[in-house]
Unconditional design. Structure first.
Length: 290
């Protein structure tokens, strides 16, 4: 029995003489190529290997090798269909495990180095943000969703050419709307959304920029829609959530008005709507250096 394909290329490790390495056989570890305990409850067990000398070794990451724990080239025979799309897995009361992500950026758009499997902090306490360092255990982090209404409430703001819809539960308060089009989106006005104060194109620009999917729009006689684009990436918002585009998350219950292609994931650990952000980081003044 072979494990899940964690990556389609081996991982180079500088090993130390006399040290024992525990190779992940199940493919679910967030610490590839090594075991992090994710096999527990399954039929898999890690493979122990002791280094006889200092040097370089290439450990298998596709988990299909016939020479465990090392690469034997089998990944070259798997075919393109075996290369999985980027995916986010949730660890109960633990991190978000991201696999096969190619584009990972900070708030300014600077590239963050990716690995085939990465564990991202969502308890808010890691000293190595955005990566998990195990602090969730000491912090007693709970990944449970505690919101009373997981669908939230959708408000509509009708204009002559376009209607805008807003679900407050999904909003992360990134303020893309007000910064891009204050004529239409202005929290100091009542109502705070006035579609006729701008063009349809300017409204569409804001809907596309909205990172959470809290804002949608429709044209006369049309259905509410999101604007997402084709980019596949995760962006780390400064003092805020993970902004996700076109990366599937497993085991999440989406609100009826939400987008499964564009959403924000809690990073501070305080949201009642986990795994999603509900804006609590702003209310609690949570910061990256917390």
């Amino acid at each position: 029995m072979k494990g899940e394909i964690a990556a389609k290329a081996p991982i180079r490790i500088e090993v130390e003489k006399g040290k024992t390495y525990w190779w992940c056989a199940c493919g679910r570890s967030a610490n590839q190529p090594f075991c992090d305990g994710s096999h527990k409850g399954s039929e898999f067990s890690p493979v122990a290997w002791e280094a006889k000398a200092d040097g370089e070794q290439w450990f298998c990451a596709c988990k299909q090798t016939g020479n465990q724990p090392f690469c034997d080239g089998t990944h070259n025979t798997l075919g393109e269909d075996a290369a999985k799309a980027a995916v986010i897995e949730q660890r109960e009361n633990g991190p978000l495990v991201v696999k096969n992500l190619e584009r990972f950026t900070d708030h300014h758009g600077n590239e963050i180095e990716t690995k085939p499997v990465m564990a991202l902090c969502r308890c808010g306490h890691s000293k190595n943000k955005p990566f998990c360092d195990g602090s969730h255990k000491e912090a007693g982090f709970s990944s449970a969703n505690e919101t009373g209404n997981p669908d939230g409430r959708v408000f509509s703001y009708e204009g002559s050419e376009v209607t805008v819809y807003f679900n407050k539960l999904l909003c992360s308060h990134a303020a893309e709307c007000g910064s891009r089009n204050r004529d239409v989106f202005n929290v100091k006005e009542k109502p705070w959304v006035q579609p006729d104060e701008g063009t349809v194109e300017s409204v569409e620009e804001v809907i596309h920029a909205c990172p959470s999917g809290a804002l949608t729009f429709s044209k006369p006689d049309g259905e509410a829609q999101h604007l997402v684009g084709d980019e596949v990436r995760i962006r780390v918002e400064r003092h805020g959530p993970y902004q996700v585009r076109n990366v599937k998350i497993e085991g999440a219950r989406f609100a009826e008005s939400a987008s499964e292609e564009k959403f924000v994931l809690c990073r501070c650990g305080l949201s009642k709507n986990k795994p999603f952000c509900d804006g609590t980081h702003l209310d609690e003044k949570w910061r990256d250096d917390a």
